[in-house]
Design a protein around this ligand. Structure first.
Ligand code: ZN
Length: 657
């Protein structure tokens, strides 16, 4: 473990303890092998003034919601130190009382709630305290000889058996250190949990952490040394979509399924002993709220309905029945991690960020499990301890207040013609409603436009079979499946009567508007049939129901896609895929219209441009944004019983009505 300490940088904070606390906290946070995703916590003791200007001794401790990697001064709420310390002298303290009292001891009530390990920070006398959940040391504690290895390797540390975090842990440490001269020790090691180092200066506390972790890493390298297995397989993406569908059904809502098919993930998934070693438990109970206790083990070719997911759920219910009680409510029974034989590791979650956290934990877990196995046997804490933490109210609170799920949360949408106009508006509306959106366009601006929406933009020519196939593959590889398809790409050339029409206008319009729509649908349908509430939306036109002169190719292409959609609705209903058409009209804020074409068209009706824009029964102005919002709603559960329908969005047109 390399020290990231930088004398020049540290010198800038020499006169400011809290700034120094921020600095070394970030050094710890910068290393994934020490802390991950909000894990670990740090503190510094000091003095400040209360409202009346009186000197108060305080503990600045990491607040919830902050990550050591990016923490700033406001991430350290100040607690009255004496009062916080006194809590450890109580024989018992409920979680509710602990949380309430810690908040009551805060000098600024608007600051974030202090870490649940705040009391522990208060009772260790040193000023700077660093606490990490380092992989290297915890891995060695997850071993049948863990206690002996710790005694050998860390004679200069106080090693304590595992106990649940929170008040009971503070109590355990309080009793262990009350008759000790703690300054003689380099650190405290909590079995299956993590490490505390401490000193009156920031550098020594940090250096001690690096030294202890390095010692564990060297031990592992010395005893184990062998590199971990790698492999290379092609994952079948239809099977991935099938797995995602089964997990979503079990969870009761759409889930993304992000595959890690790296050589390391595949090497782990290809091990013959994977089903046993992967299911002994997590590195540390802290991970359980993100990953559940164990992953689901999936066959390389999952059977119909992916029965492994149902078995996982049954096992989870058994685990709850064994360890739960009447006061607890069982959590959902869907897995968060899948180890897919040969193919790699899958993270299941409702958002990309949730899947990233799960992927990171899964990567660290496979290192720890295989290393532990090579060092005498991976042995996690018994299920009862994991359960206790999983159902601990303070741990559940870390997941945050659940906001109502957005209509497309966890769903994957693909939109063609996405760089601007109705296509981009549709991407915007779907993303706002929670979907992961993949936008396709020949215009490279699609990449930045979709990235701004948190989605993925791909340059794609819908007239090319290879290009469309590659884009759909990329969408499924990124998010695990496909639920919503919006066929929007199209061109419009007006002003040519049939007699005067160029052959190119006819052939290109039909190629892009009609044939490419069939192509995108055809290549997407196998994945949509494995989607969650799957839906296809076709952008038609008022020109289909109420054609005008001078746009025969366009009108025919829109009539063609409408008929295509009707047939698709008939063919796909049995698989639950809905197919609907919207017919927009007079959407003037798109690339199809220029000031010049608007003026020409308005003049044809003897109207001003403003009057022309609202030339409909309702006098409504129809924007791309409105069309996008309608399409997102049509892809939602609101329209669950509607297929084969055509819905105009034209402000009302007497020829259509
Ligand atoms: Zn901890």
């Amino acid at each position: 473990m390399k020290s990231l300490w930088d004398d020049a940088e540290a010198a800038k904070h020499a006169d400011d303890d809290l700034a120094m606390r921020v600095y070394t906290s970030r050094l710890l946070g910068a290393c994934e092998d020490l802390v991950m995703h909000g894990g670990g916590n740090t503190s510094v003791k000091g003095h400040t003034q209360d409202f009346f200007g009186r000197e108060v001794e305080v503990l600045y401790v990491k607040g919830s919601g902050w990550d050591l990697k990016t923490i700033e001064k406001p991430g350290f709420p100040a607690l009255r130190l004496q009062e916080t310390r006194r809590l450890a002298e109580l024989q018992t303290l409920t979680d509710t009382d602990m949380t309430q009292q810690l908040r009551a001891f805060m000098l600024d009530q608007s600051a974030p709630s202090p870490s649940v390990e705040a009391i522990l920070h208060a009772i260790i006398p040193a000023r700077f305290i660093d606490h990490t959940h380092t992989d290297a040391i915890i891995t060695l504690t997850n071993n049948p000889n863990g206690a002996a290895i710790m005694a050998d390797l860390f004679p200069d540390c106080l090693v304590l058996p595992y106990i649940m975090p929170g008040f009971v842990l503070s109590r355990q440490v309080h009793e262990a250190i009350s008759d000790l001269e703690l300054a003689r020790y380099k650190g405290i090691i909590l079995m299956h949990h993590g490490v505390f180092t401490f000193a009156d200066d920031a550098r020594s506390a940090y250096d001690n952490m690096i030294e202890l972790v390095t010692r564990a890493e060297d031990y592992i390298a010395d005893k184990h040394g062998a590199t971990l297995p790698t492999a290379q397989h092609n994952a079948n993406l239809l099977d991935l979509a099938r797995i995602r569908q089964a997990v979503s059904a079990q969870r009761g809502c759409a889930q993304l399924a992000v595959l890690d098919s790296s050589p390391e993930a595949q090497g782990y998934a290809a091990r013959t002993d994977i089903a046993t070693i992967a299911c002994r438990g997590p590195i540390t109970p802290d991970h359980v709220i993100r990953t559940k206790r164990i992953p689901v083990i999936l066959d390389e070719v999952p059977g119909p309905g992916v029965p492994e997911v149902a078995h996982f759920a049954q096992d989870y219910r058994d685990y709850f029945a064994t360890h739960g009680n009447d006061e607890l409510q069982i959590l959902d029974q869907a897995p968060r991690v899948g180890i897919w034989k040969n193919a790699g590791s899958i993270a299941f979650g409702s958002s990309v960020s949730e899947c990233e956290v799960i992927t990171d934990i899964a990567r660290h877990t496979r290192w720890a499990v295989q290393t532990g196995e090579a060092l005498g046997g991976w042995q996690a804490l018994p299920p009862a301890d994991i359960f206790e933490l999983e159902y601990w109210v303070l741990e559940q609170a870390k997941l945050g207040k659940r906001t109502a799920a957005k209509p497309h949360q966890g769903k994957v949408a693909l939109v063609t013609g996405a760089a601007g106009g109705i296509g981009l508006a549709c991407c915007t509306a779907l993303a706002a409603d929670g979907a992961c959106v993949v936008g396709l366009d020949t215009n490279a601006e699609v990449v930045a436009a979709l990235s701004a929406l948190g989605g993925k933009g791909l340059v794609c020519d819908v007239t090319s079979e290879e290009s469309v196939s590659a884009a759909i593959t990329e969408a499924v590889r990124s998010f695990g499946g496909l639920d919503i398809l919006v066929c929007n790409a199209g061109i419009f050339r007006a002003g040519e009567t049939i007699a005067a029409q160029s052959p190119q206008t006819w052939s290109q319009t039909l190629e892009i508007n009609l044939t490419a729509t069939e192509r995108v649908m055809r290549l997407a349908i196998p994945y949509l049939q494995l989607g969650v509430q799957p839906s296809i939306l076709i952008v038609g036109s008022r020109n289909y129901t109420a054609p005008g002169p001078g746009a025969s190719a366009y009108s025919v292409s829109k009539a063609g896609v409408t008929q295509l959609a009707r047939v698709a609705a008939l063919e796909l209903a049995a698989a639950g895929v809905r197919v609907n058409v919207i017919h927009p009209d007079a959407v003037f804020d798109t690339g199809l219209w220029t000031d010049e074409t608007l003026a020409t068209s308005a003049a044809r009706y003897h109207l001003s441009v403003e009057e022309y824009k609202k030339k409909n029964l309702l006098g409504a102005r129809i924007t791309a944004e409105r069309v996008g919002q309608l399409m997102s709603v049509m892809a939602s559960d609101v329209f669950a019983a509607t297929t084969g329908a055509q819905i105009p969005i034209d402000g009302g047109n007497d020829r259509v009505i």
